[in-house]
Design a protein around this ligand. Sequence first.
Ligand code: HEM
Length: 149
Amino acid sequence: MQGVARNFFTLAILYALCGMALGLHMSITHDHAQMPVHAHAMVAGWLMSAVFAFFYHLVPAARLSWLAQVHFWVSAVSGVMLMVGLYFLLAGNAAVEPIVAVGSMAFYAGMLLFAFIAFSTMHKPAVSGSDVYLDGTDVGRPVKNSPTR
Ligand code: HEM
């Protein structure tokens, strides 16, 4: 795994460790007030970041675009704003609401950017004479000496 793919997978693991620790804390204390933060850390953090990581790993042309770097940083910064802000909001600090609002909208903007990157890369044609599409996937030509299935 390289570049943006590796960055996203590192971020995913950090979310999983923090989110599961919060889940354990909720279970042990029988206080589930932070359940939305745990659920978002696990799903919007761990699962979404892992999906982005594997997409960029499997589609090399997508991770080479500078837009992929922008996607990573928008997602990482807005995700932390959203989840840390939500934690303090649920703990009773109403003053952090604007941070949660900006984080949420920026997180959505990151997803819009990913939609653009994914759609534009997936629909690029194969380069003539090449064995791979621009996105790095094989055009389907049989590989020499490989067993046929
Ligand atoms: C150490 C592991 C984990 C612990 C101790 C834990 C604990 C909890 C607890 C105590 C709740 C609150 C339940 C409630 O108040 O109704 C919860 C909710 C939730 N957890 Fe976890 N969890 C863990 C791992 C995960 C993982 C791996 C995921 C997803 C990848 C996840 C996703 C969710 C979601 C989506 C909810 C919200 C469910 C709902 O809306 O009722 N959790 N978890």
